[in-house]
Design a protein. Structure first.
Length: 324
């Protein structure tokens, strides 16, 4: 016990001595200042947007969130239709991108040999480096034409009994935006899911296999439950990108202020309405668009916080297992 106290006191004295050194003090000050700058930027963004949007906030109140009428000429600025368009495109992309990304991640980690997994990972991650405008142009000239001529008629023929799956397939519309967003967030969800699945301790896999489980049973019992929180965090990170995506969605969604009546109808998202109307906006119209930006910032901030907490939960659990 006395030896432990002596070692503890020696470590404390050494730590105090290091903190008093100019280099250590300077490093602490610089890193602390950098952290404060980041927090100040986030707080400043919220403050500035709130000040700029205050005329619209005071005129419309909280009811603009569910009001769907948007008519700048009559000073009516309901953002409900834009929130609905953002919700439809983002949730569609979230569901389908997560399913595909988790399947790809499982294939790369659990099944594919290294000479297959590495190039496939590089190709999928390369999708994240493609500029948004390229996605948008590809969506108009390739994907949109395919939807209008082939995929759209097939969906109506076989799934026309499903509510919301009807109408006339168009090159630009809600469905094109949904597919573009699915492709765009796929690399983010796949990369994080792959890392989380790969971090599952090998002892868990070997223990289940030693009990006679098949590979699928091993994945279902030992891998997926352990990685569930991390995969969910990856999906929410992808959702944050889908919610804030602007240029590609603006090019393919059709840009209509009406509530979409079917999956092929033109619509608006919060990001696309800002991009389209802000250059010509003045007065209360400009304040209303900044209010839309403030709502969008708050949504993406909450999504990212939730995603980081979920990823931290699974990585924290992994560190605890390693320490044990």
């Amino acid at each position: 016990m006395a030896i432990d106290r002596l070692e503890h006191s020696q470590r404390s004295a050494l730590g105090l001595k290091n903190r008093l050194k100019p280099g250590d003090w300077l490093f602490t000050a610089v890193t602390g200042f950098a952290a404060i700058v980041v927090l100040a930027v986030v707080a400043g963004m919220f403050l500035e947007l709130t000040q700029q949007a205050w005329p619209a906030l005071r005129a419309g109140g909280i009811s603009v969130v569910w009001d769907t009428a948007w008519d700048p000429s009559h000073k009516v600025f309901g953002v409900g239709a834009f929130i609905l368009g953002t919700l439809i495109t983002s949730v569609f992309a979230l569901v389908f991108a997560t399913i595909v990304a988790v399947l790809v991640a499982l294939f790369l980690v659990e099944i594919a040999p290294g000479w297959v997994a590495r190039p496939v990972s590089y190709v999928v991650e390369l999708l994240a480096a493609i500029p948004s405008v390229v996605y948008g142009l590809w969506g108009i000239f390739v994907l949109g034409v395919f939807i209008r001529d082939h995929l759209g008629p097939a969906l109506i023929r076989y799934l026309g009994w499903v509510p919301f799956v009807d109408g006339t397939p168009l090159i630009t519309g809600l469905f094109s935006a949904c597919l573009i967003l699915t492709i765009m967030i796929l690399p983010t969800v796949m990369a994080v899911s792959r890392d989380v699945i790969a971090a599952v301790p090998r002892s868990q896999r070997e223990g289940i296999l030693a009990l006679g489980a098949t590979r699928w049973e091993m994945i279902r019992i030992a891998v997926l439950p352990y990685a569930r929180s991390g995969v969910l965090g990856a999906a929410i990170l992808g959702l944050a990108r889908a919610v804030g995506e602007t240029l590609a969605v603006t090019l393919v969604i059709g840009n209509s202020v009406q509530i979409p009546g079917n999956i092929f109808a033109p619509a608006y998202t919060m990001a696309s309405v800002i991009a389209n109307q802000f250059p010509e906006a003045t007065g209360l119209h400009r304040a209303a668009l900044i209010e839309v930006a403030l709502i969008l910032l708050a949504i993406t901030f909450v999504i990212n916080v939730v995603a980081r907490l979920l990823v931290w939960k699974v990585t924290g659990g992994q560190r605890a297992v390693v320490q044990e």
